[in-house]
Each structure stands twice: as structure tokens, then as C-alpha cells.
Design a protein around this ligand. Sequence first.
Ligand code: NOJ
Length: 739
Amino acid sequence: MIRKILMVVCILTAYLHPGCQRQMNQAGNPDSFVEANIDGLLAKMTLEEKVGQMSQVNKNGEDGPADIENEVRSGNIGSFLNIADVDLRNKLQKIAVEESRLGIPLIFGYDVIHGHRTIFPVPLGEAAGWDLDLVEKTASVAAREARAVGIDWTFSPMIDIARDPRWGRIVEGAGEDAYLGSLISSAKVRGYQGCDLSAPDTMAACLKHFAVYGASQAGREYHTTEVPLRTIRDVYLPLFKAGVEEGAATLMSGFNDLNGVPVSGNKFLLTDILRNEWGFEGFVVSDWRSVKQLIPHGIAEDETQAAILGATAGVDMEMVSRTYINNLPRLVREGRISQDVLDTAVRRILRVKFRLGLFENPYVDPDVQKSVILAPENRKLARKAVCESMVLLKNENNLLPLNASLQSIALIGPLADNQKDLLGTWSYSGRSEDVVTVLKGLQDALGDTCKINYAKGCEIDGILTEGFSEAIEAANKSDLVIMAVGEGIMHNGEAHSRTNLNLPGNQLQLLKEVEKTDKPIVLILFSGRPLTINWELENIPSILLAWHPGVEGGNGIADVLSGRYNPAGKLTVTFPRNVGQIPIYYNMKNTGRPFKGDDGDTSRYIDSPNTPLLPFGYGLSYTTFAYHNLLIENQKVKIPGAVKITVDITNTGDAAGHEVAQLYIRDIAGSVTRPVKELKGFKRIYLKSGETKTVTFNLQTSELKFYDINMEYNVEPGDFKVWVGPNSVEGLEGTFELL
Ligand code: NOJ
């Protein structure tokens, strides 16, 4: 009977998902059936079983039980992470469902960050495509593949704003902008969760790391964050709010100390904002041992106190460390923590398990993966994602696309015939052997007509120069050189902060030696963060930023080099000239003494320009676009209302291509200071050579809100500047006034 009721619930929930509304528990929707089932379970659960649901264990039982199976049987484990093996998953699930007292299924979480086995470009690269539809599709493919191997829940999207490229995890997010980041956050949740979380090809998303982790001081991993509340609200939280509104099932609390209160024990964030303000009804998982780490942070004296702080702040499930299971049952018995805290957390966790359909369909058919993993259509999408992620940073004399009459090309560099590093960080289930190298991609694209002379030249992070002569020889006997250099897989990601953002090892030295041959050089730059590529930009005629592109890297790169695809990617993060400029981001404040090109006492350095090496929003194409006829239809607008802005864009070059037109505003005077520019819209359009299109933005006055002098979220009347252009420093300028 209970199964039948649950089936009806699942079907109704899916059916009634509004548009497909993904809210966890719309008022009046039939989730009340689920709630009733949860009530029934809670009434039967022991304290240990409740805390078991709140405990997530790493696949090998790290920090915890030696006999995992027995712990599952006893109801002491509610979730596992890091299992991507259907058979093991089904085995553990069977113990939970058929051998534990209440038969509550386990939920299996995993880091599916930019694809499961079909690895897409790293998130910072994918964001450079400014293509929300594509972001949704890649997440959806990731979910299909992951669910096929029994992963119910991904620890993604990572939506930490990062303004400091020294921080290695900048690669995992969408860059420095809250507006774009919020849209990407929603798109990822849509892609992972689809309309029906219980479908066999969707999985629960996890918005992480809540919150402000990206502001780690000096870009050093796990470091303290000190950020004013207004900036937290205006810059860091909107991405989480967007994901919550999209219906994300879970959130992860981070590692960082935020203004003196580590976020995994931060009631203000986890309860006051997340629950009371935003009405989030899913559950919060801690990051890896981040509850226990409240001890070294210095707000808990011991595990008991850490457990109390974590649970009462609002961390529902503890990842890896065992402070909950070891302490909470006793603490309830001693009256030191209310049983309500446990019931609330367990309710949230069970709610997600119900929504995932785990009670109804706890097992995964091991045969499904055969037709899903690395399916041709998945690889096709990955190739498109590689093409869209690439940013053309420089293209002097139209060196790219490659001239079809080239007889020979020297392909040089440690990333040219390299599979592992192209996968990028957090590619857990990715396999090197799935990766198409640059060499292979070019051979397939050009090999019939053009000889490719390959030489590795050096290691990614080495000092040896003995490979240089072979590289120079390859260059000398070729018409053109392609250099494939940059960061390796271990140069960014978690715990990989850097203080030097030059090309690692002696790659720049190799580049300089090859440049002496006077051959035209195309540089393909692999990276998970902005690099300080001053010499390269000055001396190398063409530079294509390929990030870490994933399994279809070589094919996508060959598509762009050969001109089969015209690059249109734009940076979502500022490239500094030097580490001393950091933090540097486009939406800074003006200051009282803005630099105006003089050498007086204005805000500047005496040894470096203020301007970045490459600005936010920047990226070239094989064609050129002209912006004209900026029209602001209503220059005086009442609040609430909308400003209609149109601009004509013409493709003035010979090739067809995409352009990402960007809308920025500046609120000239507010009750608190406002950024010099803020992205408020963008359109990705396709134009044939000679074609003109009109792009329209309907800017709502509600989109101009910010936290005002009273910390209220308001839009204020006054003068605004507006720009529409190809990046954050160019564009046509106009004005409007809010009345
Ligand atoms: C630590 C990382 O900070 C987090 O992003 C990840 O999801 C967990 N470990 C689980 O692997």
C-alpha cells in the first residue's frame, strides 16, 4: 500500500512541477503526502537512526566505522560519498533497504563537477560561452551519466564568486560577476534536476560553498574571509538565492571563517538567511569534516561543542567527520540539544530522498550505463562546449583561422600530446584515454594536406631544457608554429593556490626560444585561471585560450584553429597584469580620487597601470562587429518600471559568427557607493557577414536594486549611465533617470 501511495505522490509531484516548478515544497502541492510519510518514519526512528540519517560516510569509511555494511544495517549511515560503482552502490542500498530496521534508502553523493565520464570544459571555461542553454544541457548530460552509475546527488554547482585568481578554485565557478553567475547557477540546477528529480536521468544539485569561500584572503586556500555584509548580500549571495529559487535540493556549507563565524557553524547564514528569508526546504550538507574543523577554527573546544554548533546552526548532514553520530544522541538524552533539531534535519534529508524517488526505486539497473556513458551525442555536445568556451585573446594579421594552404605546422609544447591535463581538475570519473589530444585533433582536421611536426619541448612544470632543440628544429622546418602551453591539471582546483601566475615551469623560456625562429606563432593557452601573460600578449601574434577543455579538447581546438568554428567566448573574469593588482575586477568602486591619466594624488600604482591586462567580457572573433544606434526609449522612468534599450549590431567582417552583446549600467549616486559598472544583461547573437540585427534589453527597475544605507534591498531614484558593447570597457554610452 505504502508503495502505491508513494508512486502516486511521485507522479503527481512530477506532473505538478510548475513550469517545471522546482520549488521543494510549493504551498498546497501534494508534497503533503511526503510530509505525512516522513511524520510516520520520524515517529518510529530512534535517536541513533535519526543521527544516522544526518551522517555521510566516505566510501572507505574514513574517520569512521571499520565495518561499513554493519553500520548501514544498524541505520547509522544515511549517505555515502565517492561511490561511482553501480554494483557496490546497489549492494549497500540493498542492506539499507532490506536489512535495516526501517528500510530507509541511502543517498549517494559524488563530485560531478564538469561532466561525469564525458568531461566538459572546466566551469570557468564553460562560462566563457555565455550560453545558458548549453550550460543546462551539459549539466543534464552529466546527470544522465551519473545517475546511470548510481549517483543520486552531485556536489555542484560551485557558485563561489572569485575575484582573486591566486585562489585555485576560481576554476570551478563562473567567474567574478553576480549577475552572470546567478543565471549560470539556475541553469545548472535546471540541467541537473530537470523537471522530475525522481526520473532515472536527473540528480539532486548542491549549491556550494555556502558562503563567501571565494573571498579567501590573499587567495590562499581555506583562508579566512572578512567581507562586509553589504558585499555579501550584493555580490556573493545572489547566486545561492537564484539556485534556491530554481529548486536546488541541497546546499553545502563551506570551510571558511566568515567575519569571525566559520560558515559551517554560522546560524545567520544557514538559518536566518537560508531558511527564514529564502524559505529553503532542502538540506544542507557540511563540507569535508568542516563541522569537526570548528575546533581548529577556534569556536568549538571539542567534538561535542562542534556537533552542537553545526547542528543548531543548520548543517543537516555531516560529511565524513563523525561528530554528529558520536555525540548528538547523547546530547539529546542529556537535554543539551533539542530533539526538534534532529527531527527538522532528518525531515529535510528524507524529503530529498523521497523526491529522488529512492524509496520507490532504490536500485539502479547496471545495464543502463552501457548506452549512456560517453554516448556519441554526449561527445558531440562536449565538442560544441569546447568550441564555445574558447576565447580568442589576440589575432594579429588574421593569422587564425589557419590558412588552408599551409604545408607544415610545428606543434610544440607539453600540452600538445597530452590527455591527462586536458581533463582539468575535479574530473573524478574522467579518464585520460577518453581525451582527444590537440595532436590527434589537428591530425584528423589537417593531416591529409599538412605535415604536423610535433615536439614536446619541455614539461609543464620542469626546468630541463634538453627538449628545446628538437622544438626549435620542428619550428624551423615548418611554415607555422602552434604552441600548446599552460597550466596542468594540478595547477588549480582545491588546495592549489598560486602566488605566481606566469606560465608554470620553463614554458615561457621555451616560447621565447621558439619565437626567435621568426615563424608565425599561434599560442593555445591551457589554464584554469587568469594568468599574467604580458610577454605573450606583446610578442605572440595569435593567442587562443582553451582552458582545460575535457574529453573533446583536441577536436574543438581543431574546429577553431581550422575556422570550422568561429570563436566567440568572452572572459568572465579579469586578467591582471601582475599579482600586485589583485584583487582586480571590473565592477570596482570609483573612489574619491579616481585615476584620470594624470600623475597626481589619485588612486593608482607608481609601478603599474591600474587597468587589467584583459578586461571582463573580453574576447575576439574571426570577424568584426560594429555597434551603432544605441536608443534608450524612455530616458525618464518611474519606479517600478522598465527601461527599453536597443542597439544595432552589424557583422562588418567576412566570416559569420556569434557576438555576446553586453549591457552595463552605473548608478551615479546612491545612498551607498555603487560600482563603476555592473552587468545587467547580455545577448548571444549570430550574424552572417554583412548582417545587422537589433538587440533589445528590457531592463526592469527591480534589477537595479541593491542593499542601501539602511541595509534594505531597494532601487533608488537618480541618474544612471548605460553602455552596450562587446566587453566591459568598450561600448556605446547613454543615460536614463529613475524618478
Ligand atoms: C571538499 C570540497 O571543498 C568540496 O567542494 C567537495 O564537494 C567535497 N570535498 C567532497 O569531495
